[in-house]
Design a protein around this ligand. Structure first.
Ligand SMILES: [Mg+2]
Length: 215
């Protein structure tokens, strides 16, 4: 069975838009000032975990526990994040065509799974590996291997990785023996080996997989 792995944030879902909403709500809920809001927007910009809220407490002496703040943040992110219906449809078509579909994501285990459930992606994927599960991050090949294992299979030459990050998704996927599709959205870094295919959107990436299933 063919395996297609996908990155989550910035590929299947728009984390950036959800993040802006979630931080605004968390700050509003706790009547925090602009200084805390600015700190959160900067420090959690790429990825967030419980430890970030311990650092927040160390920095600003807020009254709430790190545990509470993390839970609120996870809830707010889960309700703010969306997966476009066309993306859900395209993954459903990929599954109908006989592909295994997995997610390999850098992020904390609980929040990445909360997002996958809240967006409806959980019904369409066979397995997910989050870096927080094993404390190993993309581009490390072990995270791709875990994603394959969670899909009930193992990485095979000819399997695919699709993502928006040139280093972690594309260079990492290639180093793990995968063929790669880069979902464009930034400049391609000089000196990095080019992806097998480039798409403007993850829906186009899935169309490419479906059209090239016999490769
Ligand atoms: Mg990404």
């Amino acid at each position: 069975m063919r395996l297609a792995l996908f990155d989550l944030d910035g590929t299947l879902v728009d984390r950036r838009a959800a993040f802006a909403d979630a931080i605004a709500e968390l700050v509003h809920d706790h009547a925090y000032g602009p200084e805390i809001e600015g700190w959160l927007r900067a420090e959690l910009a790429d990825t967030a975990d419980r430890g970030d809220f311990e650092r927040l407490r160390d920095t600003f002496q807020v009254g709430e526990s790190a545990e509470h703040l993390w839970r609120v943040y996870v809830d707010r992110m889960a309700s703010a994040v969306h997966c476009r219906p066309v993306v859900l449809d395209s993954l459903a078509r990929l599954k109908d065509a006989g592909w295994s579909v997995g997610v390999a994501t850098n992020g904390a285990s609980d929040i990445q799974r909360a997002k996958v459930r809240a967006t409806g992606l959980a019904d369409l994927i066979d397995g997910i590996a989050a870096s927080g599960d094993i404390d190993v991050r993309k581009p490390d090949a072990r995270l791709f291997e875990l994603a394959a294992a969670r899909c009930g299979t193992q990485l095979t030459p000819g399997d695919w990785m699709t993502g928006d990050n040139p280093e972690s998704d594309i260079a990492g996927g290639a180093a793990a023996g995968l063929r790669t599709i880069w979902v464009r959205g930034r400049d391609w870094p000089e000196g990095l080996a080019v992806p097998h295919h480039t798409a403007d959107d993850v829906v186009d990436a899935v169309d490419y997989l479906l059209a090239n299933s016999t490769l």
